[in-house]
Write a protein that binds this ligand. Structure first.
Ligand code: SAH
Length: 231
């Protein structure tokens, strides 16, 4: 065989091994191209992470074949894992750097937490439905995300012991942004949350706290999240 042939074999073998190791890699690449890049998600880091995190492991096993489709999926207890595009879009809005400490409200399946874990230093995630939070924590551990801490509790109070946070992401919809979360955001920090309680969904809001502590916010997209419950 010629040298060119050997080069081709040398390239093809690792690629084939990668595909065999994860039969969903092709679907993930397609999801990133068609649902994220095509709609304007630009961050190389975010797109890279969306290509890497095995979303099919975060949904009930019988729904794994649908994991990379363009919609949310039920994860039990009346809750859902968000549409892949929304996860990518919200993550891009956070503008994470590797030194960030991030608070997430609504652990759910743990998928968003896994995405954050690959882009930030430390992730704290609060889930109010105990079995969901426990299952997510177990899965995140088994995937090696040692920088995620999950706590069962009510996200309206935030996580004062771990504050302040560089970034906060809320993945259930409160009627308005909880005060405690704004207080626990560091100066120069940024919070992304779906806000509102109308029957037709909510607005995705980006709140910024300036270096001097001044708050500003803007609405960026209409969205439909499960309500953030207060009990
Ligand atoms: N980020 C999740 C999707 C979350 S769905 C994922 O990647 O899969 C919203 C989650 O918020 C649900 O699991 C719901 O139980 C949780 N939730 C609702 N109200 C909450 C509250 N007050 N505090 C913490 N979690 C809450």
């Amino acid at each position: 065989m010629t040298a060119a042939w050997w080069m081709l074999v040398a390239l093809a073998v690792p690629v084939a091994l990668l595909w065999a190791a994860d039969p969903y890699q092709k679907q993930r690449d397609q999801m990133v191209r068609e649902q994220m890049e095509a709609r304007g998600v630009r961050s190389r880091q975010v797109l890279g992470v969306m290509r890497a995190v095995p979303r099919h492991l975060f949904v009930p096993p019988d729904l794994a074949p649908q994991a990379y489709r363009d919609h949310p999926l039920p994860i039990g207890h009346g809750q859902t894992i968000s549409q892949p595009y929304i996860v990518a879009f919200m993550t891009e809005l956070l503008e994470l750097t590797p030194s960030h400490r991030v608070l997430e409200i609504g652990t759910g399946s743990g998928y968003q937490a896994a995405v954050l874990a690959l882009l930030a230093e430390q992730v704290y995630s609060i889930e109010i439905v105990a079995p969901l939070g426990e299952q997510a924590a177990k899965l995140l551990r088994s995937l090696g995300h040692a920088n995620v801490e999950v706590r069962i509790g009510n996200g309206y109070a935030g996580w004062p012991e771990k504050a302040p946070f560089d970034r906060i992401i809320v993945t259930a919809a409160p009627p308005e942004i909880p005060k405690a979360l704004v207080e626990q955001l560091r100066n120069g920090g940024r919070l992304v949350a779906p806000v509102g309680e109308g029957p037709y969904g909510q607005d995705l809001v980006v709140l910024e706290k300036s270096a001097s502590g001044r708050i500003s916010q803007k609405k960026v997209l209409p969205v439909a999240f499960v309500p953030m419950v207060n009990r």
